[in-house]
Write a new protein. Structure first.
Length: 292
């Protein structure tokens, strides 16, 4: 996806509508470089249609197609050279992951009193909890809390919305929490989400590629590391993750397709990590590892 420059994403209520809309998008001009449709993994029964272009898309044509197929308007965004964040804006149902309740402002009246509530608007960065990757990480975090784990230093690498960093900061108010992302937009969104949750200052947000920032090195070693990114970057940062870990450090990894999980696990085992837990949600696997 490194050559994509625009994305257009719309939401429809059924698989049939999604497939029909995706088929018609194939005939757009400029011609899209990719078209896909899939079910949103939040139990809502809604489907997304995503269209990618290397040129400015035909906005009028997309608007016409969305109307014809009963879809919400396409959200058109310029995609970074590496698609670290999903530029998507849509209303989503709340997500429950153990003690966590992730919601948008349109569902503020549904927040249970006995949960850790995190307000995340699906705006400019990946990580609302609806995707199988973020949901898997939240479940893994919930299990750690059940086990009585209490990290002193935590980092969320490739943080997107910073929902994972915020979850850790809410669970353990005394922990030092950092959140980094290679994309400046994601860092801005992370800071905005912290403010929206009354958590400004509880997480240090940094623009960085992987662990490449002085502040990250200064806070190492970490007791808990999140990396919800993609297979390639996960494997690339495995040696750095080991260098920023200590005996007993727990790492929660996702952004991994089920068929990629064994190769990612092997790369981390080669760096001294052992498997603690493995969970698949839909097409995606979350690995919980412990540094030995």
């Amino acid at each position: 996806m490194t050559d994509l420059t625009y994305s257009a994403i719309a939401v429809v209520p059924s698989l049939e509508q999604a497939e029909a809309l995706a088929a018609d998008c194939e005939n757009l001009w400029p011609e899209p470089t990719g078209v896909g449709s899939f079910e949103i993994e939040d139990g809502s029964g809604l489907f997304e249609v995503a269209v990618y272009f290397v040129e400015e898309p035909d906005r009028a044509g997309l608007a016409l197609l969305s109307t014809m197929h009963g879809a919400k308007d396409f959200v058109i965004s310029e995609v970074p050279q590496i698609d670290w964040v999903a530029h998507v804006k849509r209303e989503l149902a709340p997500v429950e992951a153990g003690r966590f309740f992730v919601y948008g402002s349109h569902d503020a009246d549904k927040v249970p009193e006995d949960r850790i509530a995190l307000l995340i608007e699906a705006a400019m960065a990946f990580g609302t909890g609806h995707h199988g990757t973020t949901l898997g990480c939240l479940r893994a975090l919930d299990r750690l809390a059940d086990e009585g784990y209490a990290p002193a230093r935590t980092i969320d690498v490739g943080c997107g919305t910073a929902v994972l960093a915020m979850g850790a900061a809410r669970l353990w108010p005394d922990t030092v929490v950092l959140a980094s992302d290679i994309d400046a937009v994601a860092v801005e969104v992370a800071e905005a989400n912290l403010s929206a949750n009354g958590m400004s200052g509880s997480v240090l947000c940094i623009e960085a590629a992987g662990f490449d920032a002085p502040e990250i090195g200064a806070a190492a070693p970490y007791d808990l590391i999140f990396a919800n990114i993609l297979k390639g970057p996960l494997i690339a940062i495995a040696p750095d993750m080991a260098r920023h870990s200590k005996s007993g450090t727990v790492s929660i990894l996702s952004g991994i397709l089920n068929e990629q999980a064994d190769s990612v696990l092997a790369a981390y085992q080669a760096q001294g990590f052992g498997l603690k837990n493995r969970e698949s949600i839909g097409d995606w696997t979350t690995l919980t590892l412990i540094f030995e």
